[in-house]
Write a protein that binds this ligand. Structure first.
Ligand SMILES: CC(C)(COP(=O)(O)OP(=O)(O)OC[C@H]1O[C@@H](n2cnc3c(N)ncnc32)[C@H](O)[C@@H]1OP(=O)(O)O)[C@@H](O)C(=O)NCCC(=O)NCCS
Length: 186
């Protein structure tokens, strides 16, 4: 079930620098809301369970599409995780996003999620920037995103490709279940 509003947004051409906050770099304003250190890195196979665990509550809240395991694995090939240290001193996946490459002309930001406990620390922005950079490296012309969080994407340089054409329309040919009928649900 798609819950996000269908906005088709394209990334700006301006180069994007990835900046990840650390405790030592936190400005004084952070006294009110401490920044949580995190690291963004490419997703690898061992991250599958952690990514599924991260996405689960958002799927249950119908903020994200339910994905089959095979879909998540495909996304992970151009995906990034955010890691933070948990109270036991272990690295834990607290964010994920991927760019699905459709063609030289178009990629799409998919399965963007940051754990509730870690939102508001710049992790979502860093994940989107990593995906945009990945697409840029691969020579992709544009990256789109479909999201209810329009303001979030706009402050990252996404905008409507045509001001007068504000919505992307979709024609579904097969259901997700048909396409992935032989796959195990996440
Ligand atoms: C959307 C989401 C990924 C943002 O992650 P985050 O780590 O909290 O984002 P950031 O900390 O990088 O936020 C950057 C800025 O965007 C703003 N922002 C965050 N979520 C926003 C939203 N839903 N709408 C508008 N602005 C938003 C923040 O306030 C922040 O602004 P500031 O720099 O002026 O303080 C996160 O809220 C999330 O996982 N939501 C649930 C899953 C979801 O909706 N995914 C997208 C589905 S299409």
């Amino acid at each position: 079930m798609v819950v996000c509003r269908h906005f088709s947004l394209c990334s700006s051409r301006a180069p994007i620098t990835l900046e990840f906050p650390t405790l030592s770099e936190s400005p004084s304003a952070d006294i009110e809301k401490p920044k949580i250190p995190f690291k963004i890195r490419r997703a690898h196979f061992d991250d599958l369970a952690g990514i599924q665990l991260l996405l689960k509550p958002f799927v249950e809240q119908r903020k994200l599409l339910r994905r089959m395991q095979a879909e998540i694995l495909l996304l992970m090939s151009n995906g990034y995780v955010a890691e933070a240290i948990d109270p036991n001193g272990e690295a834990k996946i607290v964010g994920f996003a991927a760019v699905e490459i459709y063609s030289r002309k178009l990629g799409e930001i998919q399965s963007l999620a940051v754990a509730d406990t870690h939102q508001g620390n710049g992790i979502g922005s860093a994940l989107v920037k990593a995906c945009v950079e990945r697409a840029r490296e691969k020579g992709i012309m544009e990256v789109m995103a479909i999201s209810a969080s329009e303001g979030f994407l706009r402050q990252l340089g996404f905008d409507y490709s045509l001001p007068e054409q504000k919505r992307a329309l979709f024609y579904q040919l097969h259901s997700r279940d048909e396409i992935f009928k032989d796959e195990r649900p996440e």
